[in-house]
Ligand binder design. Structure first.
Ligand code: NAP
Length: 301
């Protein structure tokens, strides 16, 4: 028996044809504390039950503790209920990231194996280069392709790549197998709309939006208390975080990965996939937050 996993309300189709949930789950700082182990694992299980079937993690997060917590959530290893039903791995889309200093030969192969072991799975659906470092891109691409051939990863992508990085990647023939670029994006951080996002649309690279809630508004003062977002939330009988998430995934090509530590937040976030913002809503939001008319440095966390 496996625990129920929900069908995603909205999906994004990657360039390789795989369909993934538009609303997934982030896990930065998840797994850091033993006393929140079960609440965090239950949040991931609630999110999966409600259709947030993509889970984003990284070897960096808590030095593997986040991956191990996800492994526990998948296996049903809760401290208070060690024999909970496992989740059906095949219905999940698991994404992890390799650190830049491990992104070459032979380290990336050890890193990937460590991530698989911590997660308790035999493959990752997506493996991302966390950000650019000293290892030549060409070498990382070659290793990623080898991992695909070995069946350890389904596909690969990058994170924190700006337009010039993507152009460099595209000059490597197999670099064009890159499926996603995971970058910071929320209504109060629109710099990528100037040139990176159009470039990604043109080259069919999906956006994975990180910090999609601006870390509960702490990254952009006024976001959670914005009257415009409050008005749109009122129109939809929704909460401000739900409107922000609906805004993040509004174009059908963006995957947003909010992190929640409680099943209540996970359920609230999953329900955001049912909110369709109309032109009036989007116009109101863009009155408060609009894209720059010039190039700005990539926003990072
Ligand atoms: P985030 O998802 O924007 O915000 C997380 C914060 O929002 C937490 O404090 C959470 O509280 C709160 N929250 C969640 N749902 C809420 C709700 N419905 N109502 C009110 N508050 C809510 O920030 P993030 O975790 O930094 O980013 C998301 C994910 O992106 C990360 O977890 C990670 O997987 C990924 N990421 C990637 C990179 C990269 O370089 N590739 C960088 C940063 C993040 P609770 O925890 O109490 O629920």
């Amino acid at each position: 028996m496996t625990a129920a996993i929900g069908t995603p309300t909205r999906t994004v189709t990657l360039a390789n044809g795989s369909e993934v949930a538009a609303l997934g789950q982030g896990t930065w700082h998840v797994g850091d504390h033993r006393d929140t182990h079960d609440s965090e694992a239950l949040a991931l299980r609630r999110g999966a039950a409600d259709g947030m079937t993509l889970i984003d993690t990284a070897e960096m997060y808590g030095n593997g503790r986040s991956e191990r917590l996800i492994g526990d959530a998948l296996a049903g290893r809760l401290l208070d209920a060690p024999d909970a039903e496992p989740l059906d791995r095949d219905q999940l889309h698991i994404v992890s990231k390799v650190l830049p200093n491990h992104a070459g030969e032979p380290d990336i192969f050890y890193s990937c194996d460590d991530s698989l072991e911590a997660l308790g799975t035999d493959h990752l659906d997506l493996y991302l280069l966390h950000w650019r470092g000293g290892v030549p891109l060409r070498e990382t691409v070659r290793c990623m392709e080898e991992l695909v051939e070995e069946g350890k990863i389904g596909a690969w992508g990058v994170s924190n790549f700006d337009t010039d990085d993507m152009e460099e990647l595209w000059r490597i023939p197999e670099g064009r197998h890159c499926q996603v670029n995971e970058v910071l994006y929320h209504p109060g951080s629109l710099g990528i709309e100037y040139d990176l996002l159009p470039w990604m649309r043109e080259h069919d690279v999906a956006l994975m939006a990180y910090c999609p809630l601006a870390q509960a508004g702490t990254l952009r003062r006024g976001l959670f208390s914005s009257p415009e977002l409050a008005e749109v939330a009122r129109r939809h009988g929704a909460t401000v975080p739900q409107v922000i998430l609906a805004w993040d995934i509004r174009d059908g090509h963006t995957i947003a990965i909010p992190k929640s530590s409680t099943p209540e937040h996970a359920a609230e976030n999953a329900a955001a996939a049912r909110i369709e913002l109309d032109d009036d809503d989007l116009a109101l939001i863009s009155r408060a937050w609009s894209a720059p008319s010039h190039k700005v440095p990539l926003d990072v966390q």
